[in-house]
Design a protein around this ligand. Sequence first.
Ligand code: IPD
Ligand code: CA
Ligand code: CA
Length: 257
Amino acid sequence: MIIDEIMKITKEAGNIILTAERPKVMEKSGHANFCTEIDEKVQAFLISKLSEVLPEAQFLGEEDGQDVFSSKMKSGYCFVLDPIDGTSNFIYGYRPSVISVGLLKDGKPHIAVVYNPYDDMMFQATDGQGAYMNGERIMSSEAPLSDSLAVFGTAPYYEELRDRSFDIAKKLLPCCVDLRRSGTAAWDMCCVALGRCGLYVELKVQLWDYAAAALIAKEAGCRVTDVDGKPLSFAGPTSALCVSRGVAGTDLSSVLQ
Ligand code: IPD
Ligand code: CA
Ligand code: CA
């Protein structure tokens, strides 16, 4: 099956991360937005191997200079890659970082693989067929927000969103057990899928951050939308809100406004 081949390739790519030594760091636009030679190496590896699995697929990868979703990517297969989600974590040795491989079919999420090489945790989902971690079916938590951890992303590259991000964090804290900030959006959504926390929110993420993890979370029973409650576009940047089964019925409007 295609998903097994994608997982095998993603795991091999994880080895590149695990064996990397002090990579050269390049800066991109936005506050502290980095790319390392390992991000580029992982992405090149993924593209070369995945194109053997599905030769007709197009690619949208964070680090290939072609990071704009074009309308032609809405038809047929398109791999959406984040070779290292959590590049700052990777640079500073603050774990985890994950590899995110989403496969869109006609612009909709079809297959998702997210791999945390440090803990050897392989998440996978196919649309309509449930979410799995290391082969075991996963479901999000049924606990209410008041009995859950919540995780937020700081949308670090967008200074104009800083005040609102921390405003949300401040309002969220008294509603939950405590807040976390991991440094990888894909991992955050996988943690909600796994039942480790009840909510993830971030005011701006890119398609490669959420293409895979949003499907994994949905298949684990989470509700995944933008912060206004609309379905994610799977066509470009958006805000993201991912809540567990236990939090799905909670009115969050006073926290998110
Ligand atoms: C970032 C991480 C971070 C999130 C940012 C993302 P990168 O991805 O997922 O947690 O807050 O929104 O851009 O740059 O490390 O691939
Ligand atoms: Ca990312
Ligand atoms: Ca990245």
